[in-house]
Design a protein around this ligand. Structure first.
Ligand code: DC
Length: 209
């Protein structure tokens, strides 16, 4: 079963890459950020504090997977809350089995700790990143496209705040696995990113055919 692990910063292009790779190699795809977003959103709806590990873990344990298609999960506010609930080890533990089970049948997973914690034995690992300003520009376009009224400066500030929290938390911080292939997408188009990743994957998988 082929497992491809894609980690990286927010709006680096990792989701677009993951979806295309899943399509191309006929693998299932899991955007693991959505799990944390769904937990964040549940906490927001219950009017609880995302800093409270017990409440956040309860929401994580109650997750069925059906919540993941809700478009509200894409909002900037939910994203910030997601990064707050993601610091709790209890939340990460509750979401661990869901992700592991998903990967068992072969899959592409994208997130922050896929290559390091969730699928350390993945066949191919990538770490995708781009400059903050470029990621903020991409995200700002996306959010205004959904009709969200938010300034570029706010998007950039939220992005920097989330990067800091994701990289500096004690539990499963965002970092490249030692054996991950790094892709810096600041100057690359989506096709170029895909072709770069495909070449690397084919070189790993072809000899096994
Ligand atoms: O990929 P995303 O922007 O949808 O993720 C939202 C938040 O969830 C992110 O700020 C950190 C957290 N997250 C995580 O801690 N581990 C993952 N595997 C995926 C996301």
């Amino acid at each position: 079963m082929t497992v491809i692990a894609i980690d990286g910063t927010f709006a680096s292009g990792k989701g677009t890459l993951a979806k295309r790779l899943a399509d191309h190699y006929s693998l299932a795809y899991l955007d693991t950020g959505k799990l944390y977003r769904a937990v964040g959103y549940a906490v927001m709806q219950a009017d609880e504090d995302p800093g409270n590990a017990r409440h956040a873990a309860k929401a994580a344990k109650a997750l069925t997977g059906k919540e993941l298609d809700n478009p509200i999960l894409k909002s900037g506010e939910v994203a910030v809350t997601a990064s707050k609930v993601a610091v709790h080890p209890e939340v990460r533990q509750a979401l661990f089995n869901f992700q592991r089970d998903f990967a068992k049948r072969g899959a592409v997973l994208d997130g922050r700790d896929i290559g390091t914690v969730i699928c350390p034995d993945a066949d191919v690992k990538f770490y995708v990143d781009a400059k903050s300003e470029i990621r903020a520009k991409r995200r700002h376009l996306e959010l205004t496209g959904y009709g969200e009224d938010i300034s570029f400066e706010t998007v950039l500030a939220q992005l920097i705040e989330r990067d800091e929290r994701d990289k500096n938390r004690k539990e499963a911080p965002l970092k490249a696995a030692d054996d991950a292939h790094l892709i810096e997408t600041s100057e690359m188009g989506v096709d170029e990113v895909f072709e770069t990743a495909k070449r690397i994957i084919d070189a790993v998988l072809k000899p096994r055919d």
